[in-house]
Design a binder for this molecule. Structure first.
Ligand SMILES: *[C@@H]1O[C@H](CO)[C@@H](O)[C@H](O)[C@H]1NC(C)=O
Ligand SMILES: *[C@@H]1O[C@H](CO)[C@@H](O)[C@H](O)[C@H]1NC(C)=O
Ligand SMILES: *[C@@H]1O[C@H](CO)[C@@H](O)[C@H](O)[C@H]1NC(C)=O
Ligand SMILES: *[C@@H]1O[C@H](CO)[C@@H](O)[C@H](O)[C@H]1NC(C)=O
Length: 191
């Protein structure tokens, strides 16, 4: 009985370990093998472009304020306000255009003197070759500047050990509806 259970568990874990994101196995042994093989792996550069759809208002907001200081609402820069987001990433600027993934994470007003955000999101891709892979984006985002350069600090799946640069440019903003669209370009090095 004990042995049978054990065999079933081993079988299950084998089934789980061969469940892979786009052919990349994610169990610890496979990750170790992947590392051991790094010296044979070539670095790649991948270029991505998408629109980040920030919907703070409307019927189905995907960007929601979850915290703030008692002074946030009276601060000229809304300092301390923090939003949790699950924003669509689309091919074109229209919300209806093809979705490539979601930006999941937080942004918060991090400056007392200018409109500047700390952006901390996982870009979780759901389409095509990168379906199931993620990039971790972290950066200082002074939203009134034309281009804001932020860092790609890591990744998973096809983007393991990624690093790179994300450039954000506001495409449109509607203060009344709380709907903003940001155009992103990402250059990432990975294996
Ligand atoms: C090791 O890396 C090479 C080059 O990327 C690849 O062709 C090969 O399949 C890898 N081997 C293993 C065991 O992952
Ligand atoms: C905000 O909270 C702090 C700490 O509790 C308190 O000292 C301060 O008076 C409060 N400020 C306002 C504007 O309510
Ligand atoms: C992405 O992967 C998930 C899980 O494997 C799958 O259910 C989904 O259909 C895939 N999406 C696309 C657009 O390929
Ligand atoms: C901004 O949003 C409001 C409310 O949804 C809408 O009435 C208005 O037309 C929008 N403005 C632009 C320029 O799209």
């Amino acid at each position: 009985m004990g042995k049978q259970l054990c065999a079933i568990l081993i079988l299950c874990s084998m089934v789980i370990s061969i469940t892979a994101v786009h052919g990349i196995t994610e169990d610890p042994i496979s990750v170790e093998k992947w590392f051991d093989n790094l010296t044979n792996s070539k670095q790649k550069v991948t270029k991505l472009e998408f629109y980040f759809q920030d919907m703070r208002g409307g019927k189905n907001p995907t960007s929601i304020q979850v915290a703030g200081a008692n002074t946030t609402n009276t601060s000229p820069t809304l300092f301390g306000g923090i939003n949790m987001v699950d924003n669509p990433l689309t091919v074109g600027p229209e919300l209806s255009s093809k979705q490539l993934g979601r930006a999941q994470g937080i942004y918060g007003a991090s400056s007392m003197e200018e409109m500047c955000l700390l952006t901390l999101v996982n870009l979780a891709f759901t389409d095509g070759k990168y379906n199931g892979s993620t990039l971790a984006l972290l950066g200082r985002n002074p939203i009134l500047e034309e281009y804001r350069e932020m860092s790609i600090v890591g990744g998973s799946g096809l983007f393991r050990l990624a690093r790179g640069i994300a450039t954000a440019k506001t495409y449109s903003i509607n203060a009344t509806s709380g709907y903003g669209v940001v155009h992103y370009h990402v250059m990432a090095i990975h294996y």
